[in-house]
Write a protein of this length. Structure first.
Length: 276
């Protein structure tokens, strides 16, 4: 199966017929469109729940774990967001599919640690949803290393990435990061703080680039500093991207995706050249 997402994501691999996907949506138009699209793209048979009662019954009737839920904010019988609360309380990874977007609503959704939210306000909504689902179902193939001397910062980034279904390692120092990279050559992305006591982010990046190129490992630098020139210094040291804290969840996830998409595209081109 080959899939090309709107944002540039490329996936080439098996179908996801074994995934159990719940769709909590009362619109016949959207249930039909989503069900047909996911079957066509990924061979996924979606379980449709048009009310809160049907959602509860769908969960109770089977002991098979739910891989992912797609939920409208409001359903018949749950007009005040009870369906989403129900899914979150059950620790079911959930993508919100909604026609309502306000800043306050967005903040509440992010606070619930949902996987993603997709707006129904454009003709590409169903394709954007399909891409978000594909990313969640395939993110486990990506191994990410977080490097930060702050335990709080490491925990925050780790929880964000695990929410998106990535495999995550953490290191509290540059020296530990080098040790982990040596033992785990499948790590494709490193997110590193700039200001660390033993080896700062610049020096860590330089040491890594002496042995590992961008075709094997993408590096994103992060910092809380107000010095805007840090990004230039980091990129000159061999980094691929840079973000200033505090950053917005959506921007963080987008940067992670873009770097991993680029890595996969480079690796694909190198394989094709090797065959040719």
């Amino acid at each position: 199966m080959a899939f090309l997402g709107i944002s540039g994501m490329q996936y080439s691999g098996g179908m996801f017929a074994g995934a159990r996907i719940i769709l909590a949506e009362d619109s016949n138009v959207f249930t039909s469109m989503i069900g047909r699209r996911l079957k066509e793209l990924f061979d996924i048979d979606v379980e449709i729940c048009r009310s809160f009662e049907e959602l509860q019954l769908s969960y109770d009737k089977s002991t098979d774990p739910i891989t992912l839920a797609i939920s409208n904010i409001n359903l018949p019988g749950a007009e005040n967001g009870e369906a989403l609360e129900y899914l979150v309380d059950l620790s079911i990874p959930t993508i919100v599919f909604t026609g309502t977007f306000q800043e306050g609503m967005r903040d509440k959704l992010i606070a619930k640690d949902i996987v993603d939210y997709i707006l129904k306000d454009n003709v590409f909504a169903v394709d954007l949803l399909a891409e978000s689902i594909c990313r969640f179902l395939t993110n486990h193939r990506h191994h990410v290393l977080i490097v930060d001397d702050s335990a709080t910062a490491r925990a925050l980034l780790s929880s964000r990435l695990k929410r998106y279904n990535f495999r995550v390692n953490t290191a509290e120092s540059g020296a530990k990061a080098l040790e982990i990279l040596k033992a785990n050559r499948d790590i494709g992305l490193m997110i590193t703080d700039y200001n660390m006591p033993d080896i700062d982010g610049f020096e860590l990046t330089r040491r890594i680039r002496a042995n590992i190129g961008s075709h094997e490992l993408r590096i994103i630098g992060v910092s809380s500093s107000s010095n805007r020139l840090l990004s230039a210094r980091f990129l000159k040291a061999g980094g691929n991207d840079f973000m200033l804290r505090p950053f917005i969840d959506e921007e963080f996830y987008c940067r992670v995706n873009q770097n991993l998409d680029t890595l996969l595209q480079i690796q694909l081109m190198r394989r094709e050249r090797a065959v040719a």
